[in-house]
Design a protein around this ligand. Structure first.
Ligand code: LMR
Length: 397
């Protein structure tokens, strides 16, 4: 039976890690998978997380199972940061008990549950901007959900609102839409506040279920600013799913830390809705890994550690802004214009390389990034950015 299986292609992005690792050149540059790097090119554990992990090792007295929902202290401690402490409209939703969550293994686990839940609810089509994070489409395909694509950004790098308006207008009953809350992966091109306001009204007037993927909160403009769109949508629609990842904003990548939240119109429906999340979790991984989520909870339960974490996050964001500003200042470079990168957000931007140019960047210059032309700007430092810009000029000129 097993010999009947078809060979599957290796995940292109994850395969890049190996490709870069085996390149012997000392000046190679890794702009592939989305991990933050410091100005020295490292991805250290956050100081606040290290301190919380120490506490965890000292204080944790059992590793007995917690259940499919994981550590609810973690899930609840995140809620003020995701949903906001200051908005009266959001406060009303929270006080009414319309939102409940559960822990998941990373943002991928959360997406898997969200898409599995809508499938169980009868959804057949997910409306997704193009391009999107390749795993979005991959999970939909694995679940047998159809994907309806609309163009995310126009050729000039601005949001293609017309494409989104048309996709919403053409939606069918039972469709869901998957939106990136901030730091769009792979383009870095986010909706403005005015565009989010319009999206929220369009969704309110439709029957589409919004699924908001918030995997980079704090890496764009700030923790509050990056949640603007999510909160606008939530106060406008009756129900939504929120897929959250702590892998980037707490630097917990390999520990796989995420959460799924459901918002419903009538809190009486929450037990039924969440029971589907729990049973899907049980069927997929039974219960989420605990360590990373427990460390996040300990950070958020301690005022000093919370301040330290937010400060570390600010430093990451500032560094990425500096890299973006330096790339934008290079302007027209060979055959491409790097200027728009300055106004984009988060870890990623796309440079319109041809497939041959992507290959030349790898073979001739030892610079590795996704075949789509997506670069992880955090892989650039003040020490290698000139080398990168010169290589771009060389292969595109
Ligand atoms: C990325 O897009 O590079 C990250 O989200 C990591 C991943 O799992 O793909």
């Amino acid at each position: 039976m097993l010999t009947d299986l078809q060979q599957q292609p290796a995940d292109a992005l994850l395969a890049l890690i190996k490709l870069h690792n085996t390149d012997p050149r000392a000046d190679k540059i890794d702009l592939g998978v989305g991990v933050y790097r410091t100005g020295q090119g490292d991805t250290p554990v956050f100081g606040a997380i290290k301190a919380a992990e120490k506490k965890l090792v000292e204080e944790q007295d059992s590793k007995a199972y917690l259940g499919p929902e994981g550590d609810m202290g973690f899930v609840e401690a995140l809620m003020p940061y995701i949903f906001g402490k200051d908005s009266a409209e959001m406060a009303k939703i929270l006080e009414a008990g319309r939102i409940e969550g559960m822990q998941t293994p990373g943002g991928t686990g959360s997406l898997r549950l969200a898409l599995g839940m809508v499938k169980r609810a009868g959804c057949k089509r997910i409306i997704v901007g193009k391009p999107s994070w390749p795993n979005h489409n991959q999970i939909c395909a694995d679940l047998g959900l159809g994907v309806v694509e609309f163009n995310h950004a126009a050729a000039d790098g601005t949001i293609d609102m017309d494409a989104l308006r048309t996709a919403i207008a053409a939606s069918e009953d039972g469709d869901a839409i998957l939106l990136h809350g901030c730091c769009h992966n792979p383009t870095g091109i986010d909706y403005s506040h005015a565009e989010w306001d319009e999206i929220a009204s369009l969704l309110a007037a439709s029957k589409i279920l919004p699924i908001v993927d918030l995997a980079y909160q704090g890496l764009g403009a700030g923790m509050e600013e990056d949640a603007y769109g999510l909160r606008r949508v939530l106060v406008s629609v009756p129900e939504a799913l929120i897929c959250y990842s702590c892998d980037k904003n707490f630097g917990l990548y390999r520990d796989r830390v995420g959460a799924l939240y459901a918002m419903v119109a009538d809190p009486a429906d929450l037990p039924k809705v969440m029971s589907n999340g729990h049973s899907l979790a049980r069927a997929n991984w039974s219960q989420p890994p605990d360590h990373g989520g427990a460390a996040v909870r300990l950070v958020l339960e301690d005022e000093k550690l919370t301040a330290q974490w937010l400060d570390e996050l600010d430093q990451m964001r500032d560094r990425m802004r500096q890299v973006r500003a330096r790339l934008a200042a290079a302007g027209k470079t060979g055959g491409v214009d790097l200027t728009p990168i300055g106004g984009q957000n988060g870890l990623f931007s796309i440079i319109p390389f041809t497939p041959e140019q992507v290959q030349a960047m790898r073979t001739k210059h030892g610079i590795y990034f996704a075949g789509s032309g997506r670069i992880n700007v955090a892989g650039l430092t003040m020490g290698n950015i000139d080398q990168f810009i010169a290589a771009v000029a060389d292969v595109t000129g």
